[in-house]
Design a protein around this ligand. Structure first.
Ligand code: FAD
Length: 403
């Protein structure tokens, strides 16, 4: 795997041109590859040396041939001449390494029984509100509630990373029933009480000033939910969503980037990884949560997250970006992309691993900053982030849910 500390000078050949080594799996054998006698087997890794000016073209060729790039590293002096550890080059391709298979989410999806739309809007499940607690502490801004609903007596089941629909009570301005709104599930499939009978949400009350009248407007469904009383019954639909599912591989690395209520699916991930005990899932990878908010009292589930971090320091990293309190390297507000820049080498190294999945959840608009941060991280190693990200998406290792 690419060692970031070896970057820079090591990437230069005698002629002064930069050359990189792509480790590729899953290349299809076809006319083109056969003609060139490339030593390819479907299940193994091959190594392709690529001059810097052909990197994008080569990425596209590999994709066309059904291959997946699992790592990119500069060609070192060791690889070029006297090296004993590097495989030999044949027509730009190097011989097969160990048999590695990336654990892609596509494969996992096939295996998994993913529940969807068990309850539809015309026949929703009626879930009783069991609790409704404020998550924003004194001094923070806005209202965010943790809500738990009783699912007993129904068939609703779900997986971490899915969402449910809520149909608020009442009618809209035309007298029609309100449409459903989606909310990411904040509990694991076993629920907060571990009895498989509840589902939890993390809901921010939407409040904004009307752009023309200046009047304060309260969001319909978020206000309905945040003001629920214990015992109230709520129309629930779903579950829906396959984009944010947690990889089944317990050795997978999971990078999570959240703003505000975007923490909801990650709470479910982390509880499954660290708080619950499972026979078939014992997490051994690295989970790294980047959480962005305005003020410290707005860090949702703060105590529980920090407790997990203390208990599992080798497997769980927690990085906050608190925009109104912390300063970035340039003295400006601290956003997630600034934390990405600070950790660029490590993140880039991690993202390249075939068993690393990155998840982004929260406010629409947060992706731009993250792409900026990742462009900087990849750029340090002369890799074009846009192309690389496309590859990650193709491999179902880059997951986004913003709203
Ligand atoms: P509405 O009454 O529907 O008002 C929303 C409308 O208000 C907007 O469409 C826009 O027209 C207008 N508006 C909003 N802000 C402004 C502004 N600043 N200026 C002018 N007009 C504005 N929310 C959560 O709190 N937690 C979650 O976990 C969560 N998960 C989600 C998961 C998914 C997959 C999706 C798609 C959304 C998720 N949401 C979540 C958002 C949620 O679905 C609702 O959109 C949100 O609660 C607002 O709904 P509402 O009925 O309160 O607002």
């Amino acid at each position: 795997m690419y060692n970031p500390s070896a970057a820079g000078g090591a990437a230069n050949t005698q002629s002064g041109n930069r050359v990189f080594v792509y480790e590729v799996v899953g290349l299809r054998q076809n006319e083109t590859t056969d003609q060139n006698n490339y030593p390819i087997r479907r299940s193994g890794s091959v190594f392709i040396t690529v001059p810097y000016n052909r990197m994008n073209e080569e990425m596209r060729r590999i994709t066309r041939l059904g291959g997946q790039i699992v790592s990119i590293r500069p060609l070192s002096a060791l690889d070029q001449g006297n090296g004993t550890s590097a495989p030999e080059t044949t027509n730009g391709l190097q011989q097969e390494k160990k048999e590695t298979k990336p654990m892609t989410q596509a494969k996992e999806k096939e295996k998994k029984d993913i529940p969807v739309n068990i309850y539809r809007p015309n026949a929703p499940f009626m879930g009783k509100c069991l609790s409704n607690e404020e998550l924003v502490r004194e001094g923070g801004e806005g209202t965010v509630r943790h809500l738990k609903f009783d699912l007993s007596g129904g068939d609703l089941r779900y997986l971490e990373g899915q969402s449910i629909g809520i149909i608020p009570a009442g009618t809209d301005k035309d007298g029609k029933p309100h449409k459903l709104r989606l909310y990411s599930i904040a509990s694991t499939r076993h629920g907060d009480d571990l009895d498989d009978k509840t589902v939890s949400l993390c809901v921010r009350q939407l409040v904004y000033k009307h752009p023309e009248t200046g009047e304060q407007v309260f969001g319909v469904c978020s206000t309905y939910l945040t003001q629920l009383n214990v015992g109230d019954e709520v129309k629930i639909t779903g579950p829906v969503g396959k984009e944010m599912l947690l990889p089944e591989d317990p050795k997978a690395n999971v990078i999570m980037m959240a703003t505000g209520t975007g923490i909801a699916p990650f709470r479910a991930f982390l509880w499954r990884m660290f708080k619950e005990q499972h026979e078939d899932y014992k997490f051994e990878g690295l989970a790294w949560l980047f959480f962005g908010c305005a003020y410290t009292p707005n860090i949702l589930y703060k105590e529980e997250l920090e407790k997990l971090q203390q208990e599992f320091p080798d497997n769980f990293r927690l990085t906050y970006a608190i925009s109104r309190e912390q300063k970035n390297a340039k003295g400006g507000k601290m956003y997630i992309q600034d934390r990405i820049a600070e950790n660029a080498d490590e993140l880039w190294n991690l993202v390249q691993k075939p068993n690393t999945h990155t998840y982004i959840c929260g406010l629409k608009g947060m992706e731009g900053g993250i792409d900026e941060g990742m462009s900087g991280a990849a750029g340090k190693f002369d890799v074009n982030w846009t192309d690389y990200q496309k590859q990650l998406k193709k491999e179902h290792r880059w997951h986004v849910e913003t709203y």
